[in-house]
Design a protein around this ligand. Structure first.
Ligand SMILES: Cc1cc2nc3c(=O)[nH]c(=O)nc-3n(C[C@H](O)[C@H](O)[C@H](O)COP(=O)(O)OP(=O)(O)OC[C@H]3O[C@@H](n4cnc5c(N)ncnc54)[C@H](O)[C@@H]3O)c2cc1C
Length: 379
């Protein structure tokens, strides 16, 4: 069995690592402190052909496949998880509904500018009363003369309020058990953005409430010719998002391990480096082992996806294992740094600790992943 990364994935990973080291690392702490979305980074990612990794060349993307995608995501996520998280939302839920459900004309109108990096994508599933249970969605899209009328609220939506935003893709109920994805450009009358939310972590990322009050959209803003029957048909095609969040988590866990190792080798207590105390060595050994395990299941899920084989069970396992690792690794990283880890600024691990928690929540919580996995096991 060959465990080496394919050449294409290695090259893309190298490109992303170099780019992130140069354009993101020097500024990540400042963007976090100032809660500033780095629009210039996303523009440059467009110039580097990094904004359409899962979209085919005919619509302006590079369609690198999930293995290369995961390698690329881990590299950026290891440098700044908030920037990588916004990139993740753009590349998956912010673009793929148009690829999967859109007409040819809609793909040319909306997907191509997203894939070329001229626009930034986002997607609105979550609502005040519908988080894990998307079948409870209350936002309604009603057919009216000349189009659709949207009524409802979406919560915690990524990438909807930046100057690059295309306007979110909105999942709305069209009938008792029918749903549709709608593109809602910013500035449409009846569509309002709430203020950027103050988050524990991922602070440079744009996250808002969306309010639709008698918002009229033209008929061709429903993706595809028709709405779809059932919430699963609408959302399950997007399970690749779990591989993406797993890769985001791997990057964060790796950053925690790298920072902890460097600190433990340098910091001397009781006349020896921390790294020579067994309690600290064991923490590092556990982090390294779990990182390798989580990366293997993530890459297996990505490999299955690329082969067109069933991958949802492995994607759920990857998301669960990697996100829980990221949270544990960030806690251990702060512990290894002692009080220096608790203070913002000199070391990045306080930011890693704040960024990690949401990885267990977004794209399906750990509990929801366990429900999916248990079902896949046959119970
Ligand atoms: C920073 C950030 C960015 C986000 N970006 C987006 C975005 O771009 N688009 C979008 O649509 N959403 C986004 N979200 C929302 C996110 O996907 C949801 O918050 C998430 O799906 C969980 O929903 P909820 O918060 O309503 O929790 P709930 O569903 O209310 O769950 C609360 C708790 O109950 C548990 N629980 C729920 N049901 C069960 C069950 N059956 N069995 C056992 N436990 C259960 C959950 O695991 C969780 O621990 C974002 C959230 C954050 C914080």
């Amino acid at each position: 069995m060959d465990f080496s990364l394919p050449e294409k994935a290695r090259m893309l990973g190298d490109l992303c690592r170099d780019f992130a080291d140069r354009a993101i690392r020097p500024h990540a702490a400042e963007w976090d402190r100032e809660r500033r979305f780095p629009v210039e980074v996303f523009r440059e990612m467009g110039e580097l052909s990094l904004m359409g990794l899962l979209i085919s060349a005919e619509y302006g993307g590079t369609d690198v496949g999930a293995v290369a995608y995961a390698a690329a995501m881990e590299e950026v996520a290891a440098v700044d998880n908030a920037t990588a998280a916004a990139w993740n939302a753009h590349l998956t839920i912010g673009s793929l509904p148009i690829l999967y459900f859109g007409t040819e004309e809609q793909k040319r109108r909306w997907l191509a500018p997203l894939a070329r990096g001229e626009k930034l994508g986002g997607c609105a599933f979550t609502e005040p009363n519908a988080g894990s249970d998307l079948s409870a969605i209350e936002t309604r899209a009603e057919r009216v003369s000349g189009g659709w009328r949207l009524q409802g609220r979406k919560n915690f939506i990524t990438n909807a309020g930046t100057e690059m935003s295309l306007g979110p893709i909105v999942l709305a109920r069209t009938a008792a058990d029918r749903f549709g994805f709608f593109v809602a450009p910013a500035g449409t009358p009846g569509f309002e953005l709430g203020p950027n939310l103050e988050k524990m972590g991922w602070r440079s990322m744009d996250t808002r409430e969306l309010i639709f009050d008698e918002c009229l959209l033209p008929g061709d803003h429903l993706l595809g010719e028709n709405d779809v029957n059932g919430i699963r048909q609408a959302t399950e095609t997007l399970a690749i998002g779990r591989i993406s969040v797993a890769a985001l988590s791997l990057g964060l866990a790796r950053a925690c391990l790298d920072a902890s190792l460097a600190y433990a080798l340098e910091r001397v207590q009781f006349g020896r480096p921390l790294a020579s105390h067994q309690a600290i060595r064991f923490k590092l050994a556990n982090m390294g082992t779990r990182l390798e395990m989580a990366r293997l299941i993530t890459m297996k899920a990505a490999w299955l996806y690329d082969r067109g084989e069933p991958y949802r069970q492995e994607a759920a396992m990857a998301k669960l294992a990697a996100s829980e690792l990221a949270v544990d690794a960030s806690r251990e990283a702060v512990q290894i740094h002692g009080s220096y880890g608790y203070i913002e600024g000199e070391f990045p691990v306080a930011r890693y600790y704040r960024d990690a928690k949401v990885l267990e929540i977004g794209e399906g919580t750990s509990e929801i992943q366990r429900i999916i996995i248990a079902k896949g096991l046959g119970c």
